[in-house]
Ligand binder design. Structure first.
Ligand code: PAP
Length: 331
C-alpha cells in the first residue's frame, strides 16, 4: 500500500509523525500515573481515563488524524466485555452474502484479525484505510473519541457487562499475559487488583464512567448508538443478532430468517465454536504479547461467584449502584 503513496505525501506524513512524536512525549510526561496490573508498567490518566502506554499514543494520534466515514460501524466497549464476540458477529452479519458458498474467514483468522482496532491499527498518520469492511473496534471512552466519529454520524455499537464478571475476566487476562511473558514473575494478587478496580484504576477505567458516557450518548442519539449488554446477548443471542443486523443496516430478509441464517451466525460465533478452532487455540501471537487463546476463557455469566467473596461482590455492587444512581441504567 505504501509504495502507492506519492513521495510528497509520504514526506508530509513523516513530518507530521515526527512533530506528533515530540509533542506526545511532552504531553505524556505531564500526565498522572498509577500502577498497572502487571509488571512495572504504569497506566496514564488521559482525559479522565486510565490508558495503558501501549495504547495511549494510538488514542492521541487517532484523535488528531483518524477520519471516520458516515458508513463506518464503530464497536466500542471496555476491555473484557465482549469485543471478540461482537467482532465476529458483526463481521459475519456484514459479510454473510460473500461467504454463502465458501468457508467464513473466521475459520482461519482470529476475530482480532478480521476487525481492526482503532488505536493500534490506525494509530499511524496513514492516508490509507481499507474501507472494504467498514468496521472498527475501540476501547476509547465516548468523550475522547476522535471528533470525526461523532461528526460523521457513523453507527456505534456499545457493549457492557456486569463489572464483577468483567473484573474477573480482566484479572485472569493480565495474569495469563504475565505468565506467558515471564513465568517466574509474581502476578498481581486478586485483592490488590480488586482495590485498584474499585478505585477506578483499571485499563480504560473508571469502569462506570466509561459505561455511563456511552449510555448517556445512546439516550441522546438512539438511532446512532446501540447499547447492548453481554448478559442479554447470552440470554437470547439470536434476538440480539437480529436487532444488531437491523441497526447496522444489514437487516435479515424474511427468507434469510426462514432459512435460519441468524441462527447459523450465532452458532458460528459461539464461544464453543470459536474457542475450539485451531486458529484461536494455538494461532500465532497477535498484538505482540497476547496469544490468541487468551481471548477465550469461559464465556459465562456469573463466573465471579467462583472468584469473589460475597463481601467483594457486595462492595462492587454497591459502587455500581452508587455510580449509576441518577441514570436508568442497571448492570
Ligand atoms: P478484549 O477486550 O481483550 O478483546 P473481550 O473479547 O472483550 O476481550 O472479552 C473476553 C471475554 O469474552 C472473555 O470472558 P471470560 O474471561 O469471562 O471468559 C471471553 O471468554 C469471552 N468471550 C470470547 N469469545 C466469546 C464468544 N464467542 N461468546 C461469548 N463470550 C466470549
Amino acid at each position: 500500500m505504501e509504495s502507492r503513496l506519492p513521495s510528497s505525501g509520504k514526506h508530509v506524513e513523516n513530518e507530521n509523525e515526527d512533530g506528533f512524536e515530540k509533542s506526545f512525549k511532552e504531553m505524556m510526561s505531564t500526565l498522572p500515573t498509577t500502577k498497572s496490573w502487571r509488571g512495572s508498567e504504569n497506566l496514564f490518566q488521559y482525559q479522565g481515563f486510565w490508558i495503558h502506554p501501549a495504547y495511549l499514543k494510538g488514542v492521541v494520534s487517532a484523535q488528531q488524524q483518524f477520519q471516520a466515514q458516515p458508513t463506518d460501524i464503530m464497536l466500542c466497549n471496555l476491555p473484557k466485555t465482549g469485543t471478540t464476540w461482537l467482532k465476529s458477529l458483526i463481521f459475519s452479519i456484514i459479510t454473510r452474502a460473500s461467504f454463502q458458498d465458501s468457508p467464513s474467514p473466521l475459520l482461519s483468522k482470529t476475530p482480532q484479525e478480521v476487525v481492526p482496532f482503532m488505536e493500534l491499527d490506525h494509530a499511524h498518520f496513514s492516508t490509507h484505510r481499507d474501507l472494504g469492511l467498514p468496521v472498527l473496534a475501540t476501547h476509547v471512552p465516548y468523550s475522547s473519541l476522535p471528533r470525526s466519529v461523532i461528526d460523521s454520524g457513523c453507527k456505534i455499537v456499545y457493549i457492557c457487562r456486569d463489572p464483577k464478571d468483567s473484573f474477573v475476566s480482566l484479572y485472569h487476562f493480565n495474569v495469563n499475559i504475565q505468565a506467558s511473558q515471564n513465568a517466574g514473575a509474581q502476578p498481581i494478587d486478586l485483592d490488590e487488583a480488586f482495590e485498584l478496580f474499585c478505585a477506578g484504576a483499571s485499563i480504560y477505567g473508571p469502569y462506570w464512567d466509561h459505561v455511563l458516557g456511552y449510555w448517556e450518548a445512546s439516550l441522546e442519539h438512539p438511532g446512532k448508538i446501540l447499547f447492548l449488554k453481554y448478559e442479554e446477548m447470552v440470554d437470547d443471542t439470536v434476538l440480539c443478532v437480529v436487532k444488531l443486523a437491523e441497526f447496522i443496516g444489514h437487516r435479515f430478509s424474511l427468507e434469510e430468517q426462514q432459512q435460519g441464517v441468524p441462527e447459523k451466525i450465532v452458532k458460528m460465533c459461539s464461544f464453543e465454536n470459536l474457542s475450539n478452532l485451531e486458529v484461536n487455540k494455538s494461532g500465532e501471537v497477535v498484538r505482540g504479547e497476547i496469544q490468541n487463546r487468551m481471548y477465550f476463557r469461559k464465556g459465562k455469566v456469573g463466573d465471579w461467584k467462583n472468584h469473589l467473596t460475597p463481601e467483594m461482590a457486595a462492595r462492587l455492587d454497591q459502587i455500581t449502584v452508587q455510580k449509576l444512581s441518577g441514570s436508568r441504567l442497571r448492570l
